[in-house]
Write a protein that binds this ligand. Sequence first.
Ligand code: PMT
Length: 402
Amino acid sequence: MEQALKGKHIVLGISGGIAAYKSAFLLRLFIKAGAEVQVVITPNGKEFITPATLAALSGKPVVSEFFAANTGEWHSHVDLGLWSDLMVIAPATASTIGKMANGVADNMLITTYLSAKSPVMIAPAMDLDMWAHPSTQRNIATLESYGVEIIQPGAGELASHLVGKGRMEEPDEILKRVIEHFSQRDSLRGKKILVTAGPTYENIDPVRFIGNYSSGKMGFAIAEEAASRGAEVILVAGPVSLETRHPRISRINVRSARQMLEAAQDAFEECDAAILSAAVADYAPEECCDTKLKRENTDGLTLKLVKNPDIAATLGDKKGNKILVGFALETDHEHDNALKKMKSKKLDMIVLNSLQNPLAGFNKDTNQVTIIKADGKETEYPAKSKKDVAVDILDELESVIN
Ligand code: PMT
């Protein structure tokens, strides 16, 4: 762990809670790991720990006010926001979390957060009822949707002597998360990765379509994971209601398989790899009616369907040295079908998931996959959250891309 943060610039934000005493230990750990740390503290934070302690540990004057008391010099939150590779706010009180979620820029810490170009992590600390309150939970969800990483508080005895969730995570655990953050961020730096996600909708008329149950959760988790490892990600997404969070993800929204093919083909040209997790409709109506089909005019309805293009196979034909990862969603003869798909689509790797497994497939938060590589190596993974499945897929991709 020694010097694992060498050369990294960390802004350590401290807000006013009793857990601020632990920030001194955290600061010491960051410095020992080689980071350069600038402390920004709220006015209330200074009631719990002195700037003198923090300045001595960081080797830099602590920033708290918009203007330096002795010289009147203006502290530039914009410069600090640009300087930082990571902003860690520990402890983050309910008040600071609320201000961050709502852009209430009334102190130096919040203005620095609003100007930060770097990723942001927060380690909340407060009493259990404050943590459980719907407004705190709503603010936490808002921050998550902005891409802020939440280091969940632990449970135990709190400063109030009540027992419950609300204790700031221990400094050595926060350090581990920060090191993990930086080591992951670099492993795919310089790579560009195409990810397809979600379903495609094939229009029948202006109000009806052929579609499937894909939610996009699997593909979005892959895109987030790839971006968090430093890759530039082009996410071609079918119609889903998910948000993308990471600034390194460029999202292209499409609806039909043909639109997805067009976007994927263009993007693939500039990419090093593609991971195709979309559930693409294999068929589309031969014709789409311009006006709504009326039931009164028919006894029944026969739709003529035509085959959609196979996006994976099209990319496979022109992949050259690029790495192509496909999925196989099966209901029977899973393994054989996956191997056939890997071969016919010229994939380097296929991620098999089966609808026979209640923890796998459409719209679940979990998946259970077997990853099969073209060289014959196979790994069967246990059921995990889709976020953790994305980690396994990216680990396997890294083993062939680098
Ligand atoms: O989105 P979620 O709700 O999180 O669900 C995730 C998922 C179940 C959709 C995902 O894990 C998954 O299995 N995706 C692939 C679904 C699929 O269409 O599988 P397939 O076996 O029919 O297709 C094989 C491969 O060819 C896939 O990589 C697919 O993207 C691709 N394909 C398929 C048809 C087609 N016309 N063009 C393609 O590129």
